[in-house]
Design a protein around this ligand. Structure first.
Ligand SMILES: Cc1ncc(COP(=O)(O)O)c(C=O)c1O
Length: 426
């Protein structure tokens, strides 16, 4: 699909829609259409489009200060946001650096890890997506297109296997054992632990197919990191801020990350990202060795504080878990009648439906948009996963409607396949 006019064509376009406004789970198009947006702009607008408290905070801050550059002077919301994050992130994490995007935050985590340990290497996992800067491209293995034609990439990145019981046709415990064995072998054969600054993992693979890392795997990695001084970096760019039903996915696995990477849901769509670490670790990052013109932007901080306020309201995360249960139950019910669904998985409102092949996943997403005005996206190394990432404020009725549309698309697809199989249509 072409960008058109003076716009670069480099952006992949999942739809041809032109949107003019959004509220809650709904976006409206320039031709008067209305769509249920279960993409959340790729898991970003967790509080819904234009949540009134976030809009009010942005408007008020815009009238006070748009750009208060952090090297030139400090504005009060920097400290407020650091305090706010310290209150909701896993215990050990209490000191924060702000930047603008998930890739920049992940790259900042690597820079901190290298400075703090004096070691050069990074270990990541198959199917990972960490961003599109040179360093994070080198750490991304979910699809070759993100790297192709951009070589040479930075060196020093090693890729270990991610447990995938379904693909490996084994039970989840065996998958964990195999992946940890692979990790240990990598450290014996490719890079010694003493050369590894950071082990970087998404607790649920995002772009790689909404595939949760089993708790035993995450804890096994964390223990190995602690034993040999590799820093355990948890990329919660997509899983953070309530997406998985707790504020951070690390909580569910009982993790204490050395560095926590945050973006997407942090500021409801205002470009804002952060890394957090314990004060002692952050203090090993020499002053002036990293920074950026826009990091800690006052409007971004205001949007983030308002977002944290919404997510922290009593009952909010319970609502996320309930809607997630509703979604998984509906999808499991559909799976019982549709063998093309291989798996329904994922915590909270980060749910993946793995299908037998990519063409089916794409056809379903297209049919949901065209016939049911429901926006979904695909994911996965093979492109055969439909990912569900609605705004966390989604209502029970909106979820029912989305499930109804998806069920209809599955039935239509079956009817279409039957007609073709019988040779009725040309
Ligand atoms: C887990 C993860 N890390 C990093 C990134 C990169 O974030 P950004 O696109 O804001 O640079 C993404 C984006 O999808 C992501 O899902």
């Amino acid at each position: 699909m072409s960008g058109g006019g003076h716009l670069a064509d480099v952006w992949f376009r999942a739809t041809g829609l032109e949107v003019v406004e959004g509220s809650g789970c709904t976006v409206r198009t320039s031709d008067g259409g209305e769509y249920l947006d279960f993409t959340s702009g790729i898991a970003v607008t967790s509080t819904g489009h234009c949540h009134p408290e976030v809009v009010a905070a942005i408007q008020a801050q815009a009238a006070r200060f748009i750009h208060a550059q952090v090297n030139c002077y400090r504005h009060p919301l920097l400290r407020s946001l650091a305090d706010g994050l310290a209150a909701i992130t896993p215990n050990e994490v209490d000191t924060f650096f702000f930047t603008n995007s998930g890739a920049e935050a992940t790259e900042a985590a690597v820079k901190l890890a290298r400075q703090a340990t004096g070691r050069p290497h990074v270990v990541v996992f198959e199917g990972s997506f960490h961003g599109r800067t040179a360093q994070t491209m080198a750490m991304t293995t979910s699809k070759a297109i993100y790297r192709a034609g951009h070589a040479p990439l930075p060196s020093g990145v090693f890729v270990s296997s991610f447990p995938h019981a379904l693909r490996w046709s084994c039970d989840p415990d065996a998958a964990v054992e195999r992946a940890l064995t692979d990790f240990d072998r990598l450290l014996r054969t490719q890079t010694e632990p003493a050369e590894v600054a950071a082990v970087v993992i998404e607790p649920v693979l995002g772009e790689g197919g909404y595939l949760p890392a089993p708790t035993a795997f995450l804890q096994g990695l964390q223990a190995r990191c602690a034993a040999s001084g590799m820093l355990f970096v948890v990329d919660e760019v997509q899983t953070g801020f309530g997406r998985t039903g707790t504020m951070f996915a690390a909580e569910q696995a009982g993790l204490a990350p050395d560095i926590l990477v945050m973006a997407k849901g942090l500021a409801s769509g205002f470009p804002m990202a952060a890394i957090g670490a314990r004060a002692e670790l952050m203090a090993r990052w020499p002053t002036g060795s990293h920074g950026g013109t826009y990091g800690g932007n006052p409007i971004g901080c205001a949007a983030a504080l308002a977002t944290i306020g919404v997510l922290s309201a009593p009952g909010f995360l319970e609502h996320v878990r309930e809607r997630g249960d509703q979604l998984r139950a509906g999808l499991v019910h559909l799976a019982s009648d549709h063998p093309e669904i291989l798996d329904v998985r994922g915590p909270g409102l980060m749910v993946g439906v793995e299908l037998t092949d990519a063409a089916i996943a794409t056809a379903l997403v297209d049919a949901c948009r065209q016939d049911g005005h429901l926006l979904l996206m695909t994911a996965g190394v093979e492109g055969n996963v439909v990912r569900w990432m609605p705004p966390l404020v989604v209502t029970e009725e909106e979820m029912d409607r989305a499930l109804e549309v998806f069920g209809g698309a599955l039935r239509d697809l079956r009817a279409f396949a039957a007609v073709h199989a019988n040779g009725v249509a040309s």
